[in-house]
Structures are given as C-alpha cells and as structure tokens.
Ligand binder design. Structure first.
Ligand code: PMP
Length: 399
C-alpha cells in the first residue's frame, strides 16, 4: 500500500535525527563520538534495584496505576526542593510538571506556543533535537551567534529590535546557558543578567534548558537564569537523564502556574502522564540522596574524560583544526578547515577509519556552517577516546 499519499503536510518537516541514524552504523568496531549517552558505569544500579523492590513492596498499587498529568505530587515537591538546593531556584510543587525527559518539554513548547511563521530565537549552534521538535510547527528560527562567553546578548538585543520593528511575533528565546549542547560553553553571569534584562525590556519569554549544570568541571560561579527571574518569564527544563539514568525518560519543567496549566493540557492528549512507576523510583532516589551522592563521582569521571579528549586532540590533530575547551557537560565542539564538509568526512571516517561523530550542520538554524562537528567524551572509554581521536585526525589529514 502507498502510505505516502496519505501523509499529513507536517510530515514534510519530520526529518530523521542525524544522531539516531548514526547510532545505527555504530557497529562494534566503530568508535563513536556520536550520540550523547552517559557512561553506563554512572548508573546507580544497586541503589535502583533496592528502590524498585521497595516501591513494589511499599506502594505497588499507586506505582503501577495511571497518574495525574502534572506528575506525582510528592515528586513535584521533591524536585522543587532539589531545584533550590542545587540551583538556588525558589519554587513549589505547583510550579513543577514532570515530563517524559526534557525532550517532551521541548515538544510541549511547540504545541503550546508556536504558530506557523512565529519567531523562535536560539543560540547558533543549538541543540539539534530542539530544532527538530519545533520545525513541525513551522516557526522562523532565528540564530544568535555565540563566542566563548555564550550567546552574544548585544547581538540578540539588536536582532530583537529589528524583528519587533518588522512586526514579527517572537514566541521565546531558547538558551542552554550552562555547558551548552553542542559547544560545552557556559554563559557568563553578566550575560545571563543582560539576557534577562533584554527579555524584560521587550516582554519576552525565555526557555532555559539545563541538563548539564550538574557537571561543571571548573569552579565557575553561575546561577540558572531561572534563579534570577522575578517576573515568571523563564521556563526552566531539567532532566534525570544525566544524573540518574536516561532509560527512565524522566524530566521536569519549572514555570509559572499559567504555563504549567497549558503544558498540562497539551500533555494530557500526548501521553496522559509520565510513568508513575518511574516517578516513584526517582522520588525515592532523591529522598535517599542517591542522586546527590552519585554526582561528585560522575563529575570527576567526566572531567577526566574531557581532559583525555583534549589531550588526544592536542596530540593528534593537524594544523587548522580548532576545538572548544568545554566547561562541563558531555561534548567538545571542533571546527576543521572550511574546505572540508564534515557530512562528507563522516562517511569516510566511519567506513574507512571506523570512527564516528556528529556533523555540525544540523545544530545551526540555517545549516550554514559545514565544517564543524560535535564529539561526545562521556560514553567512549579512555582507550577509545585516545584511539578514536587518532583515527579522526588521520581522516581529517586525508580530507
Ligand atoms: N536538551 C538538551 C540540551 C539535551 O542535551 C538533551 C539530551 N541530549 C535533552 C534536552 C533531552 O534529554 P532527555 O529527554 O533525555 O531529558
């Protein structure tokens, strides 16, 4: 049967994730700097086993039942407490909504806010799967360049003025201010304040996506923008994926009660509720301090892996290759000479040199940069990091 003739218009905007496509190629002999997976040794398996047994013994009927769309109330309370302890975000359970990973929150943003032609402003480059989630809703994506201090907020303000003068509708500014995906760059505190001032001046909404502030490797003093927000204009997203286990698919939103109400309505028809069982497991994980106890160990491991990747890049890369020194998170962002297209390089790298990465194109709103790549350092072993970068350098030299 020809399914093609039945497809909705919007499927035109549904493109395969480069990351997921790439994972398919990652056969055993390919060293992959692709995906964005945590090191599996960081999963607190024994604690989780005890918690699972406890949840099934103590309250199986609640844990295995349908739940409320906003999430388990006790977990929302616990997340509010966690947000204050770790990030200085003062909030309460009513301002928290539990999602199926942060990825669901990105989808909810599209559903609730974006009409075709609306403007969404992002860092350029930014998280590829956020762009993918929103493209279906057909916004005009406007990218603001970054430097080593994060989004260049002066340019943002100029752009906002220009867009508003043209009568454009700006729906939100999306930022990953801490250990950004894909660059690993952390926005300075001054820029954060300035960003919030711009949002206040022009009455704009900010979406702060924050999976990585748990892994800052340097003693950088930054607070989430949400912690500075006095006028409820920041929608804050975070996730258990990198601090507990991504397999649970659990994230959360902290926002005004009005935003939570709209997200609640949008989520209801999407999946009714985030798995109750998973929520109770994470609740116990927070209550028992499993997450807090695990964090220093994870951070230490990822810092050593980042350093191993930086050292290997230093040793093997030819002239003309540049890379970021990520302040945290999971990725190094590298740029090769402009005559090399990293999409073409990838094919050769995988088939001939058995090493994979994500080409940078898809992280830019307009795919305008073709000579960048994202390298993950958390999933491969130390040996793979060294050997993979050696192979990648050979592929680049040949190109
Ligand atoms: N936002 C950013 C910036 C990310 O890097 C990721 C994961 N790679 C996500 C959202 C989605 O994470 P999850 O759905 O696992 O919470």
């Amino acid at each position: 049967m020809d399914i093609g003739k039945l497809l909705a218009e919007r499927t035109k905007y549904m493109t395969a994730s480069e990351i997921r496509e790439l994972l398919k190629w990652a056969t055993v002999d390919v060293i992959s700097f692709g995906g964005g997976m945590p090191d599996p040794s960081t999963f607190p398996v024994e604690d989780i086993q005890k918690i699972v047994n406890y949840v099934l013994e103590a309250y199986p009927h609640k844990a295995l039942q349908y739940g409320s769309t906003e999430g388990v109330y006790e977990l929302r309370q616990e997340i509010a407490k966690f947000s204050e302890e770790h990030h200085g975000i003062k909030t309460k359970a009513e301002n928290v909504l539990v999602t199926v990973g942060s990825q669901e929150a990105l989808e909810l943003l599209g559903r609730v806010f974006i009409n075709p032609g609306d403007v969404v402003i992002t860092e350029n480059p930014t998280y590829l799967a956020a762009l993918q989630a929103w493209r279906v809703y057909q916004p005009k994506l406007v990218g603001i360049p970054m430097d080593e201090h994060g989004m260049i907020v002066e340019l943002l303000e100029d752009k906002v003025r220009e867009l508003l003068a043209r009568g454009e509708r700006i729906k939100f500014i999306y930022t990953i201010p801490t250990a950004q995906n894909p660059t690993g760059i952390t926005m300075t505190q001054d820029r954060r304040k300035y960003l919030l001032e711009v949002a206040e001046r022009y009455d704009l909404l900010i979406v702060e996506d924050d999976p990585y502030s748990y892994f800052l490797f340097e003693p950088i003093q930054v607070a989430p923008i949400k912690a500075l927000d006095k006028s409820d204009r920041v929608i804050y997203l975070s996730t258990a994926s990198k601090i507990f286990a991504p397999g649970f698919r659990l994230g959360w939103v902290v926002a005004s009660e009005e935003v939570i109400k709209w997200f609640y309505l949008a989520k209801q028809s999407l999946n009714l509720n985030t798995s109750n069982f998973v929520q109770y497991i994470f609740l116990e994980g927070l209550r028992r301090g499993v997450v807090t106890k695990n964090l220093p160990r994870v951070k230490e491991l990822y810092k050593r892996k980042r350093d191993a990747m930086l050292a290997a890049l230093e040793t093997y890369m030819p002239e003309g290759v540049r890379w970021t020194r990520p302040s945290g998170g999971m990725f190094v962002w590298a740029t090769v000479p402009p005559q090399i297209d990293t999409r073409e390089l990838l094919r050769k790298a995988v088939t001939q040199y058995k090493v994979a990465f994500i080409p940078g194109h898809g992280f830019f709103v307009d795919e305008s940069v073709k000579n960048a790549m994202r390298l993950n350092f958390t999933y491969p072993s130390f040996e793979q990091i060294n050997e993979g970068i050696r192979r990648l350098a050979l592929a680049i030299k040949e190109a």
